[in-house]
Design a protein around this ligand. Structure first.
Ligand SMILES: [Zn+2]
Length: 276
């Protein structure tokens, strides 16, 4: 069994002391295609950290549902049946790797899938902005206030920084599962995905509220740094591979998402529920 007790590095302003209100062992499914392959993880946290973990789990679950909803309203369910002859859209099912001798048709399929994942993330993030806005609502409980604010009061910028770090961790987990299961998916790299979702959330929230970008960026670097340290600890992130060349490759992937969106934006137009 692996112990996943509260880490002082994550949200360090929340104390670690006090009675463990969550003290249990849960069987985690490692492979969504083999439900009986499980590993027991121990969970042990005090009241405030348990509350924060619950909110973060809700946030990630909500994003997953909204991302899938994004696929539906973009018409991807019908699209995959049409373009890939009866295949089902599945987040974790293997897709063929890009082979050296890949055909033009094969490459197009991979690129179309990437464009669809980008679009589902965009829809998911647009809807998630409402959830994030509610978390930073001043009429919240004392527990909400302790997790999402600092001494100065309710902070939309801090809430948004916690959300971005939590989603980044979730994307690393998804990528880590794929890698450990030797599966491939069409999701962008966690850094690319995290930045893309962050940009959409900022844009959406800035339409409704005042977002101080300087304050947000400072909070984001703090929350991301501590999250990355924790992810490195549990081997879901390996910074040894992050060279300057890798950084440039991520930039290229980021830019290519825009091109892929433009190329494939009409691919499911006949099944889409809205106009771009
Ligand atoms: Zn998806």
């Amino acid at each position: 069994m692996r112990d996943h007790v509260a880490r002082s590095g994550i949200l360090p302003y929340l104390d670690l002391d006090g009675e463990a209100v969550a003290n249990c062992e849960l069987p985690f499914i490692l492979d969504p295609e083999a439900f009986d392959r499980r590993v027991n993880w121990g969970i042990k946290t005090n009241a405030i950290r348990s509350f924060a973990a619950g909110i973060i789990a809700d946030l990630c679950n909500t994003f997953v549902v909204l991302h899938e909803f994004g696929h539906i309203i973009c018409g991807h369910i019908e699209g995959i049946r049409y373009y890939e002859e009866g295949k089902k859209l599945s987040e974790l099912v293997c897709r063929p790797r890009k082979r050296l001798n890949a055909t033009t048709r094969h490459i197009e399929t991979l690129e179309r899938r990437k464009a669809w994942e980008r679009d589902a993330d965009m829809i998911g993030a647009i809807f998630l902005a409402q959830f994030v806005g509610n978390l930073a609502n001043p009429i919240l409980t004392e527990q909400h206030t302790r997790v999402f604010t600092d001494a100065k009061g309710v902070e939309l910028e801090h809430t948004l920084a916690i959300v971005v770090a939590a989603l980044f961790a979730f994307f690393c987990y998804v990528q880590g599962s794929h890698r450990k299961l030797h599966k491939e998916s069409s999701h962008p790299h966690p850094f690319v995905r995290g930045l893309f979702v962050k940009d959409i959330l900022v844009k959406e929230l800035a339409r409704r509220k005042n977002v101080n970008m300087k304050k947000f960026n400072a909070f984001m670097m703090e929350r991301l740094d501590e999250m990355m340290d924790a992810l490195i600890d549990i081997e879901l992130l390996d910074m040894r591979t992050y060279s300057a060349a890798h950084h440039r490759a991520l930039e290229r992937e980021r830019n290519s998402l825009k091109t892929l969106h433009a190329t494939f934006k009409e691919s499911c137009a006949r099944w889409r529920w809205f106009e771009w």
